[in-house]
Design a protein around this ligand. Structure first.
Ligand code: DC
Length: 221
């Protein structure tokens, strides 16, 4: 039987950086489910579908196929066979991913794909509803969070280091809005599974969080 680790938490808590490193150490397959929602969002944008109109959304979803693969150990996401990994991190796609992820039809499309991956391999899967809805049987569940201020500061640093001008207050507002949308949607809202271990990374380094997850995983394997 495969060993499954679920890491859920809000945007900007460091999930993907930490999950990637922990998966590498454990020699597990890392599955970034956010990238799958982003690929669907890109498909919806390309089709010009109206997500608020069921017929239009269903029509687009019928023509969208998402799959993942690995190149040099890095997850790649494909939209109808095209590698779109480099196209899904824009603000436009982020916004559409958050809107589309609230639609049950969109979530249903990815549920089976995510469960099949976890059945076949030892995976470390990160997202919002992995421990609560996708892999309720996961042997280890982590709810990784950090304060809004810490998450905003991290994003602010990243953006200023890239030479982009930005406002800390605006980033904080954006994070609060996204948290609210992810936590209050009707379908699979972001919340901590009852049996998840809460890790607050506000005052921890990346290495400390990775070590904490590795320790928990090794205790249970
Ligand atoms: O983690 P991320 O920022 O790449 O996720 C993109 C969007 O998809 C985000 O708004 C939350 C949503 N998402 C989700 O609803 N469920 C998941 N398992 C993963 C992501």
């Amino acid at each position: 039987m495969s060993f499954n680790i679920a890491i859920d938490g809000p945007a900007g808590a460091g999930k993907s950086t930490i999950a990637k490193r922990a998966a590498k150490e454990l020699q597990f397959v890392y599955v970034d489910t956010g990238a799958m929602y982003r690929a669907i969002a890109l498909g919806i944008l390309r089709f010009g579908a109206n997500v608020e109109e069921e017929a239009s959304l269903l029509d687009a979803l019928d023509q969208i196929e998402v799959s993942i693969g690995y190149e040099g150990g890095e997850q790649q996401v494909y939209l109808n066979g095209e590698n779109v990994s480099g196209l899904i991190r824009t603000e436009e796609v982020s916004r559409m991913a958050s809107t589309a992820a609230a639609k049950p039809q969109v979530r249903a499309k990815l549920t089976q794909l995510q469960r099949d991956l976890a059945k076949r391999e030892n995976v470390l899967m990160d997202g919002r509803d992995i421990g609560t809805a996708i892999l309720p049987q996961a042997q280890l569940k982590i709810y990784l969070t950090a304060s809004v201020h810490t998450r905003a500061m991290r994003r602010y640093k990243e953006q200023t280091e890239r030479g982009e001008s930005c406002s800390l207050a605006e980033i904080e507002r954006d994070i609060e809005e996204r948290d609210h949308r992810d936590m209050h949607r009707e379908t699979a809202p972001l919340c901590q599974a009852e049996d998840a271990v809460l890790v607050d990374s506000s005052d921890m380094t990346i290495e400390e969080v990775v070590e904490c997850i590795l320790k928990l995983a090794r205790e249970r394997m």
